[in-house]
Design a protein around this ligand. Structure first.
Ligand SMILES: Nc1ncnc2c1ncn2[C@@H]1O[C@H](COP(=O)(O)OP(=O)(O)OP(=O)(O)O)[C@@H](O)[C@H]1O
Length: 645
């Protein structure tokens, strides 16, 4: 919210006032303006305490030689530069000059060639700033100008006199649901340089209705609105931005009393219409001022009606009065005692306007805003999709235990290994159920409903990858894992086995291994059975997230403990009863080979997986738990000859 800024400017005594030996009754100090009632006794004016008003600015322009003289330059510096700032900030701005006829409105707004007013200075400042910013910023600017007058409540185009409607009733004022009031068929002129703007100002001023009144030899008989539509377009972070600022610079016609200006006939009718607009402007200002008292909205807010549509002027300036604009009112006054009543009325009018609260907001082009919002949405959705492609964290609870799997990048691989293929499948279903809810294709896939053990032993097995929603890929790594294991196995086998091709895998599965002397009880290991050897391999982890950088190869499982024994070392198998969960335990009793100096028990870690702690000192026992009886049966079958009742 921003209140309307109000400035008061007093002009020098004019010739007529001097001829009447008028006294100066206006005094300014700082931001205050005082007016003293003329006294019938000469020299007694100042004995009246007078009335003092305070405004945002009080400009004393009565005496050029005075150190406090307010020049056109100073007024532009104080008021015009804020209009330029608003324009470049994408805000609407409005400056209107209000005052008695001949009080200096046109002088302040337009001025003369050798003493330019606000409008030409704002235009000059705008192009100066555009050329400065064009050098430094990648912004494009578009400036359009229109200039109209409201004469006898009719709108005329000052830049194209021929556009008035055929019935001579002037241009129509209409209201757009989003853009607000506008004048139909009003010409808009694209301006590319300051001199173009100057030409348009000269043309418009020449077309303006003026007449000579008793108060002013060249009195503006109409309200004139000079409008600059200023658009800026640029890209920020590859997203388009566009702001539009509307700047209304308004020179109101003066209200005059018939007796003071000796107007008659047509001039009198004009006066009535001028007054109609100004009276409505006064009512609008009063109603808006009532809406806010000391910046606080009154409780009666809803009952207050703002009569914008009662005059063309207030209807067109609706946004500038209590709406979306940074608005400044300049009240111009005469210093002379003969104008006491008019001047006091102006000062009161101006004082009331101080209470109007506006709510300026940046005007973004609607379609560009939509494009930018859509682009931002696309970026957001893309990021979501990328995130969906990454496994971040999955938590699964099984029988009170929870398993936490974490990955960081799209390259992440979640390897699921358990000692039971049933448990592995259950886990995979649970994970996929979380990540791709409702997608039943995974349950049909051979990996999740076939016999994993059989598939893993088939060197030729070719299981197609399954691509699920959210970019999740289900695939098997059997061949890669087996190749690793077989190389490992081979390098630790007896020297008699010379080629890798002769290593024939008979069983490859996960088992629980009881390591009685280790802190790691119930460790998991991969069990390998070849025609010649039996091996237990422990990996460092079950899940290996790939490193963030794609240039580094994803980390492969590392094999910890590796224990290899010849099949011929197996003395017997002890088969225990299935437990409640259907798990089967087998004790593999091996010949004690310690001290034999044989490299068969090669351990990358320190501890062999099992010790014959409860059997013969010459024997070694591997206590293996198969979660699935079919896998246990597979091992038993291969050692049939060794099984004893
Ligand atoms: N601050 C000022 N310094 C010097 N001369 C001024 C000043 N203000 C006004 N004048 C002179 O006073 C005369 C009347 O001023 P101006 O035409 O600006 O009044 P106005 O308020 O626009 O009147 P109207 O409502 O009749 O159009 C002009 O000759 C103008 O040059």
């Amino acid at each position: 919210m921003a209140s309307v800024r109000v400035a008061v400017r007093v002009r020098p005594l004019n010739t007529r006032e001097k001829q009447l030996s008028s006294k100066v009754i206006i005094h300014m100090m700082g931001n205050t303006t005082s007016i003293h009632k003329p006294s019938p006794v000469r020299g007694d004016e100042l004995k009246d305490g007078g009335k003092t008003f305070s405004y945002d600015f009080s400009y004393d322009s009565t005496d050029r030689g005075s150190p406090t003289f307010a020049s056109q330059e100073r007024i532009f510096h104080d008021l015009g530069s804020d209009v330029l700032k608003a324009a470049f900030d994408g805000l609407n701005a409005c400056v209107f000059a209000y005052g008695q006829t001949g009080s200096g409105k046109s002088h302040t707004m337009m001025g003369h060639t050798d003493d330019k007013g606000l409008i030409p200075r704002i235009c000059e400042g705008l192009f100066c700033e555009i050329s400065h910013r064009s050098r430094n910023d990648a912004v494009s600017f578009c400036t359009e100008v229109s200039y109209l007058e409201i004469y006898n409540e009719r709108v005329q185009d000052l830049l194209n006199k021929g556009t008035a409607s055929t019935d001579g009733g002037g241009l129509r004022v209409r209201e757009h649901p989003r853009d607000g009031t506008y004048v139909e068929n009003l010409s808009k002129h694209s301006v590319h340089k300051h001199s173009d703007m100057e030409d348009l100002i000269i043309l418009g001023n020449a077309n303006r209705t003026t007449a000579s009144t008793g108060m002013n030899s060249s009195s503006s008989r109409s309200h004139a609105i000079f409008t600059i539509r200023f658009t800026q377009a640029w890209f920020d972070a590859e997203l388009p931005h566009e702001t539009l600022s509307k700047i209304h610079l308004v020179d109101l016609a003066g209200s005059e009393r018939a007796d003071a200006t000796r107007t008659t006939g047509g001039r009198l009718k004009e006066g009535a219409n001028i007054n109609k607009s100004l009276v409505t402007l006064g009512s609008v200002i009063s109603a808006l001022a009532d809406l806010s008292v000391g910046g606080q909205l009154t409780k009666k807010k809803k009952q207050i009606f703002i009569p914008y549509r009662d005059s063309v002027l207030t209807w067109l300036l609706k946004d500038s009065l209590g709406g979306n604009s940074i608005t400044t009112m300049i009240a111009t006054i005469s210093p002379a005692d003969v104008n006491y009543n008019e001047t006091l009325s102006t000062l009161r009018y101006a004082s009331r306007a101080k209470n109007i609260m506006n709510s300026p907001t940046v005007n973004e082009d609607g379609s560009v805003k939509v494009i930018r919002e859509l682009q931002a949405e696309v970026t957001r959705l893309r990021r979501l999709l990328e995130e969906a492609n990454q496994l971040k964290e999955v938590q699964i609870s099984l029988g009170g235990h929870s398993l936490r799997l974490m990955g960081t990048t799209e390259e992440s691989i979640l390897g699921v290994y358990t000692y039971s293929q049933e448990l592995t499948k259950e886990l995979c279903w649970a994970i996929l159920g979380i990540m791709c809810p409702g997608d039943n294709r995974a349950t049909e896939h051979p990996l999740l409903h076939g016999d994993l053990m059989k598939m893993s032993l088939e060197w030729q097995t070719c299981i197609p990858d399954l691509l699920l929603d959210a970019g999740l890929r289900v695939c098997c790594q059997f061949q890669k894992s087996l190749a690793d294991l077989v190389y490992l196995l081979h390098s630790n086998m007896d020297q008699e086995i010379v080629t890798l091709g002769e290593v024939q895998l008979l069983l490859y599965t996960s088992v629980g291994v009881c390591v009685s002397s280790s802190t790691r009880s119930e460790a998991q290991a991969q069990l390998l059975l070849t025609e010649t050897h039996l091996g237990l391999v422990q990996e460092d982890a079950v899940f290996h997230p790939a490193p963030r950088s794609v240039t580094i190869e994803p980390r492969r499982p590392q094999f910890h403990d590796f224990t290899l024994r010849r099949r011929s070392d197996v003395r017997c198998l002890l088969v225990h009863d299935e437990d409640r969960r259907g798990a089967v335990r087998l004790d593999v009793i091996l010949a004690n080979v310690r001290g034999r100096g044989h490299p068969e028990s090669v351990t990358k870690g320190a501890t062999p997986p099992a010790h014959a702690s409860n059997s013969s000192p010459h024997a070694e026992v591997w206590k293996l738990t198969f979660s699935c009886s079919s896998e246990a049966a597979c091992l038993i079958n291969h050692f049939k000859c060794l099984i004893k009742d």
